[in-house]
Design a protein around this ligand. Structure first.
Ligand code: ADP
Ligand code: ADP
Length: 229
């Protein structure tokens, strides 16, 4: 099975109104297991929309999306992937550790294992002393690191990331990029990664999908195989 298969997908927002936007038209994207694919392109070209279709946060207006050979909604129910987006999406009523443990709870891990894994993930993102804090007590960049820790906690075979390092300073970003590459190499994790940074895409990926808004906002996709990894 493909890790991700998007076929003939279109996404029209506010269809039939004066604010109609065709964000994606007839897009195909296939990602094989173990690939690290970046989606790049200018602001507004539809990168986030495409990733949100894969994550089943949006339903396409036409076309199909499957993940691990399953319909996207089933893959979401089965917790087949971890997600980290620009906005951290942490739950404000849960401590940092309890946020990281959430996917582990959904997978039925027992309390002791969850706590151990959360501590390990806090080490990875270099925030070992923040487990008992509330998310709003952390800076934007620290919140983003916790969201990455949560995305990685359950060892998902697929990661969906939308500018996950956007709020990080240069040093922390390089640390997180290196950790991500190491995790992917060690565990054959598949990644679909949205960025508007060409250097970041080239550094991290083995395939870059370049999206450009064409006439009438039809999105063109150019596939570049970097042949690394
Ligand atoms: P990118 O991630 O490449 O910056 P997006 O996927 O966020 O692009 O947006 C693609 C287009 O879809 C943009 O024109 C944007 O304004 C529009 N869009 C995205 N989300 C919505 C939404 N929820 N409602 C209406 N329009 C949207
Ligand atoms: P784009 O339109 O390219 O998707 P945005 O307008 O969403 O970009 O974001 C502009 C900049 O702000 C980006 O460099 C992004 O990394 C950063 N950014 C977006 N969301 C956050 C956030 N929650 N915390 C910190 N930085 C953010």
């Amino acid at each position: 099975d493909h890790a991700v298969q998007v076929s003939n997908a279109s996404m029209v927002f506010n269809a039939g109104t004066t604010s109609e936007v065709a964000a994606l038209s007839d897009v195909d994207l296939t990602v094989d297991p173990g690939e690290f694919v970046s989606l790049i392109g200018p602001s507004g070209c539809g990168k986030s929309t495409l990733l949100r279709l894969v994550a089943n946060l949006l339903d396409p207006t036409a076309g199909t999306v499957s993940v691990n050979g399953k319909p996207a909604d089933q893959a979401r129910l089965d917790q087949d992937y971890g997600m980290a987006f620009q906005k951290s999406g942490l739950f404000d009523w849960r401590t940092v550790s309890k946020n990281i443990e959430l996917p582990l709870e959904l997978k039925g891990w027992d309390k002791k294992r969850r706590a151990e894994r959360a501590a390990e993930m806090l080490e990875l993102v270099k925030l070992p002393d923040r487990g008992n804090h509330m998310p709003w007590q952390l800076s934007g960049g620290q919140q983003q690191r916790i969201a990455i820790a949560r995305a990685l906690a359950a060892h998902p075979p697929l990661l969906l990331m939308d500018e996950p390092f956007g709020a990080l300073d240069e040093m922390t970003r390089e640390h997180m990029q290196a950790e991500l590459l190491q995790i992917c190499a060690a565990t054959s994790t598949t990644v679909v990664f949205v960025t508007h940074s060409i250097p970041e895409a080239v550094y991290l990926s083995n395939r870059v999908v370049v999206m450009s808004p064409g006439p009438g906002r039809i999105t063109d996709i150019i596939d570049v195989d970097l042949g690394q990894h």
